[in-house]
Design a protein. Structure first.
Length: 236
């Protein structure tokens, strides 16, 4: 037999090789929503970096989260992924030293503007692909342990780690579509049922007018459930 190739060299120098090919639908979806333009025009965040617009940084964080990165110090790997950068429309991915100060500059007003935009999109997409006839809200109280001096974190009930500071948020999902509906961040020392009635009221305020009250169901975990919540729901 003739001698074949004796040395085989492998090179991974092409930047558009990516393990995130399945994400290609997400940039298309965001483009259909005109996400970048709406973020730039509707959400006002102080701009101090000449290289990136606030909308670029918000999208960079969103795409990193959707790609499975839960921490800012794990995002820089995107710097070497040409496909990921092309989806973002950026020549390079923002560094940690850019993302962290940006998050610190986001004011309460900006957060509310983001929430308002999110609610607008939900109302727009609510009847698709078919109009819903019922809603089921699942209420949960969650303990989120943090390490450091995060604002408003406090020491409270923590079933897994006793002593560290934490947050104690309330969250609501719509059960049928697993859609995030409402959230409220509270300090760790907050009583579990604290503010739950006002929280549920905000959830109900977002129910489309086409859906009757009799078609809405609310399920709460043991922390949220209580007399005040039941009495409030009875009045509805």
């Amino acid at each position: 037999m003739p001698k074949g190739l004796r040395t085989l060299r492998l090179a991974f120098a092409e930047t558009h090789l990516t393990p995130f090919g399945g994400m290609v639908l997400l940039p298309r979806f965001c483009s259909k929503l005109r996400l970048r333009g709406l973020l730039q025009n509707r959400v006002k965040i102080a701009q101090r970096n000449a290289d990136y617009l606030p909308s670029d940084l918000v999208l960079a964080l969103l795409y990193a989260i959707m790609a499975g990165r839960r921490r800012i110090n794990k995002t820089e790997i995107r710097q070497y992924n040409g496909t990921f950068l092309s989806w973002l429309g950026l020549s390079r991915f923002p560094k940690q030293s850019t993302l962290r100060p940006f998050l610190q500059r986001i004011s309460t007003r900006s957060v509310r503007q983001l929430v308002g935009l999110h609610d607008q999109w939900r109302a727009q997409l609510f009847p698709l692909p078919r109009r819903r006839t019922t809603l089921t809200f699942d209420l949960h109280s969650v303990v989120w342990t943090v390490y450091g001096q995060q604002q408003f974190a406090g020491v409270g009930y923590n079933p897994k780690k006793h002593g560290p500071r934490s947050y104690h948020p309330l969250i609501c999902f719509e059960a049928h579509w697993q859609e995030f509906w409402q959230g409220s961040l509270r300090p760790g020392q907050a009583v579990t049922a604290s503010g739950v009635v006002a929280f549920v009221q905000r959830c109900l305020d977002k129910v489309p007018s086409s859906l009757g009250w009799s078609r809405v169901r609310i399920r709460a975990d043991s922390g949220c459930f209580g007399k005040r919540l039941v009495e409030f729901l009875d009045t509805r």
